[in-house]
Each structure stands twice: as C-alpha cells, then as structure tokens.
Design a protein around this ligand. Sequence first.
Ligand SMILES: [Zn+2]
Length: 399
Amino acid sequence: MNEAIILKTIRRYGPISRVDIARITGQPPSTLSNITGRLLETNVIQEYDTGESSGGRRPVLLKVNPAAADIIIVNVRTHTVCCHIADAAGNIKGHKRDYWFRRDQEEVLNYILQAITDALELTTAPVPAIAVILRGPVKSKEGISMFAPNIGWKNVPIKFIIEERFGIPVMVENDVRILTMGMYYYTLAVQSRNMALLKVGQSIGAGIIINGELYKGDNETAGEIGHNTVDVNGPLCNCGQRGCLDAFASEVALINYVEEAIQGGRKSLYTELQRQVQQGDLSRMTVLEKGTLCNAHDLVYQAAVEGDEICLEALERAAFYLGVGLANLINVVNPEVVVISGGMMRVKQLVQERIEKITRERVLPYCFTAGKIYFSDRDEEANIKGAADMVLATEWENK
Ligand SMILES: [Zn+2]
C-alpha cells in the first residue's frame, strides 16, 4: 500500500525530490527510504540529476524508469483505430499507426486485434496491460462497451475478447475520462483538487475530478453534459429529447445549422469546399491534420476560418451554448480549473473569447473564485498519458 502511494507519486509528479514525496504522501523517512531503495534496485525508478546546485549537494530527484514497461494503447476514433506504444513515463515511443475502417463492427474488431499484433512485435519491455479507449459509455471493470456511437457497438465484451486472444490484461475506458486524467496529472499538471473538462467534438462530454480523483458515478456515466437541457423548446437531439447542449454546440449541430441555412437559400463557402473535397481536392483544407479524412464539420471549420458568414454564425451559436453549459457545470462541481478540449479546439481562436465571456457572465461568482479556464489543443498527448496512467495505476499499484 505504501509502495503503491509512493510509486504513484513518483510517476505523476516526477522528477521529484524525496522531501517532496514525503510531503505529498505523509510517509516517514525510514519507510520512504526503504521503498525507494527497493524501487531503484528493481529499476522501476531512476535517480535524476538536475545538474543544478545552489551550493552544497546537488538535489537528486527520482523519476520512473521509462524502460520499465511498454504500454499498448488502442484508441478507437471516428474513422480509425489508432495504435500507440508508450513507455512507462507515458511518452510516445515513436510507433503510431492508423487503421482505417468503414462503420463495419466486425471490421473494427479485426483492426483492433491486428493493431495489437503489430504493436506487440515492436515492444522492447514487459507489457503490463493493453489500454483500449472507446467513445460512449463503458463498464470499465467488466471491460464492456455499452454503446459506441461511432462504430455501432452495443454490449461488446471487448476486454474478454482481447484477453482471450493475447493473454495480456486489458483495460477499457471512455475517451473523455482518459483525456481528463491525462490533462489533470500530466499535460496541464493541474495543481488543484477539483477540475472539470469539457470535450467538444461530434458529441459533448465532461470529465470531472473531485478531490483529486476521477468521478464516474453510479453506472459510470457521469459527465453526459451534452444531454443537459439548455433550451426546453430547442431543436430535437439524437437522444430523443429537445434542446440538449449537443443539439446546439456539437459538431453535428454545426453541420445542421449550416445545411439548413443553405437549404433556406443562403450562400456559403461550405458548398464550394464540399464540391472540391468530393472531387478529391484537399489542398484548401488547412484545418485538417495531415493524413486524416475530411468530415462535414471540417468544412464548417475551414469555411469559418476563411470568414464565411454562416459557418461563423454556427460557431458563434455553439460558443454561446458552450458558455451556458460550462457555467451550469461549474455551478454544480465548483472546480478551480476547467478545460475545454476536443475537435472544435482546432479553431479555438474563433470560439475561445465568446465561450469564456459567456461562462464568466453566467456562472455564480462564488462557484468559480479560482476561475482558471484552459483551452487545450494537446488532446493526443493527454490521451496517451492518461491511458498509460490507467494501466500503471492498476497493474503496478493496485495489486
Ligand atoms: Zn440529447
């Protein structure tokens, strides 16, 4: 138990001095010294010389040994199964491969198994577990995907399937929660106890950290903020209710807004971009990451960046409702820090100011006294860190 706490502290906060480990964990020096000695001997952690000295002895810091483990991370994204290998410090080890799929459930499963087979050939350290990141609700303990909207899975026992094939433990988690963990401990290294994260993509979800721990709720579905009502008479949402945040501010809502305006007779650059992309010409699509497919919402982003009136309106409306939704979330959770992330942050320069303004106007001031809002475009890095943390916190420290 003590070893688990100390190792977790070194992983999450390292390079870190023994004095700081003692302060964070409350462990007495003798226990600390025994445990760090053992971890150094077994090469799980390393000493790290800062090279700085303020006179006298140089402080020796401790950090996790990156070579102590390889973690295979399979992220099932909208159109691809994306596979990484991370080291024990949560750094990407250079291997990244995308496997493109159509929305065929069987095909996705085959690509996941293929991705793991390929990655296992490249590992150079023990693999304590494989992490699988899925969209939609999951039962993480049982490793079941309850519903994955991007690939049409319902109640798929993915953990069982992969473990049976490879004989390696598998951990399954929802994408928003992995992202939240990665942001909290590593990418932003938030120095506070309470944080809320909003991920804005094809749907909208929230990750919530309370007292330094991820909050999952009774049925592991906490954070479904995309289906909070923000207008009781609003448009129909794909969940069957009216006026959900998703129906105003998700990428799907952006597309609906623009296409309705065009059908109503207005002119938009969206139409021209759509034609170019359909002809295979992506040269104008500067908002696209290299090697990714162009979705309809990317057309909205590109047209907005180029100043298209309708697409800018769609983003302005989304930003307004995101501010409303975020203020609601802050009033409930009372976090010191909120993070806004997801695909829409590729055009954060177009929405950031308005989201922040509306949030600050609408939130109860005493619910957000610390008041830090971050707009992140480092989701991939946070995903890897969060997934590696999930594996090591369970396989190394929770035995
Ligand atoms: Zn809804």
